[in-house]
Ligand binder design. Structure first.
Ligand SMILES: [Zn+2]
Length: 315
């Protein structure tokens, strides 16, 4: 979701003011879900410095790898990602739409995971990108993450490509509410419901048995009784053409592309890298492990985003 400009059919219920009531954590980062890697190599720092210095209008795309240093696991990282650690897979769009029990399972897990998931704070990488925006270096930021950490950091020239878990809407009438409000409805409807969370997934999901889920009550839309869905593009769904066109326009205005913390396995983000290649823009990739761009990126760096990006001097 982009925040600096209005666009019909797209809303922005989460304001910066809403998040600024929380302080940005300065605590030692939780690196449980960050793949092992060496500290940034001085040559890498120099190369990325040159790349950033040469850019006047940088287009940045981020993925789960930028949020692992805030304690949120990603899906695909070797050894520590959700796919490597568990046999759990995220909810599919069609299943959520057609199955009341799938929605009950989704919301029960999401209810349990929400207090922890929503409390995560931006790390140094998010803050650096926010600063680059303020300095006029960053032209547009696109994130594939649904965790609101860029918004919490204060980024404004931004599109949340896959939406954001902090917003919920009605599939029937389009009414929109904050996810935090929905938590109160859940608590009212389920006063004695107890469940134990076994771990939080990248989308705020947790692990519960079918038995635990069975008695969980899911609220309907307060206005029309319709089905509530997080404002998130689930697996199997597609990003709106309006949003895709908007991001292509921002990319067309940019002079280089930086990918941070993404293997770019999902096409909805990868297509913008393909477009950047077509325009012959320089592309830098900062990610621990291989990515889909490695064979055509101008620069590939294997470092933690939160370690390397703060070393770059931006003027
Ligand atoms: Zn409704």
């Amino acid at each position: 979701m982009f925040s600096a400009r209005k666009c019909s059919g797209v809303f922005r219920a989460i304001t910066l003011h809403h998040f600024r009531s929380h302080s940005v954590s300065r605590a030692f980062p939780n690196l449980t879900f960050v793949p092992a890697c060496l500290p940034p190599d001085p040559v890498e720092v120099e190369e990325l410095q040159r790349f950033v210095s040469n850019s006047k209008r940088l287009f940045v795309m981020t993925g789960a790898g930028i949020s692992t240093e805030s304690g949120i696991p990603d899906y695909r990282s070797e050894g520590v990602g959700l796919y490597a650690r568990t046999d759990r897979r995220p909810v599919q769009h069609a299943e959520f739409i057609r199955s009341a029990s799938a929605r009950q399972r989704y919301w029960a897990r999401n209810f349990v995971g929400w207090p922890q998931f929503s409390s995560h704070q931006p790390n140094k990488a998010h803050l650096v990108l926010r600063d680059w925006e303020k300095l006029g270096k960053l032209h547009w930021l696109v994130t594939q993450n649904v965790d609101a950490l860029h918004t919490k950091a204060g980024s404004q020239r931004m599109t949340e490509l896959h939406g954001c878990t902090h917003r919920v809407f009605c599939l029937a009438c389009g009414d929109r509410i904050l996810r935090s409000e929905l938590q109160e409805h859940f608590e009212t409807l389920n006063p004695t419901w107890k469940a134990e969370a076994f771990g939080v997934a990248p989308d705020g999901d947790v692990f519960l048995t079918d038995e635990q889920v069975h008695n969980f009550q899911v609220p309907a839309c307060r206005k029309c009784g319709g089905i509530l869905k997080p404002d998130v593009t689930f697996f199997g769904d597609t990003v709106s053409q309006e949003k895709v066109r908007f991001v292509h326009r921002r990319l067309a205005e940019s002079d280089s592309m930086l990918v941070a913390g993404s293997s770019m396995q999902v096409y909805s983000g990868y297509r913008f890298a393909l477009a950047a290649r077509e325009k012959k823009l320089p592309i830098a990739v900062l990610n621990i492990g291989p990515t889909r761009l490695d064979h055509f990126a101008s620069l590939k760096l294997n470092s933690r985003c939160g370690e390397l990006l703060p070393l770059i001097v931006c003027t």
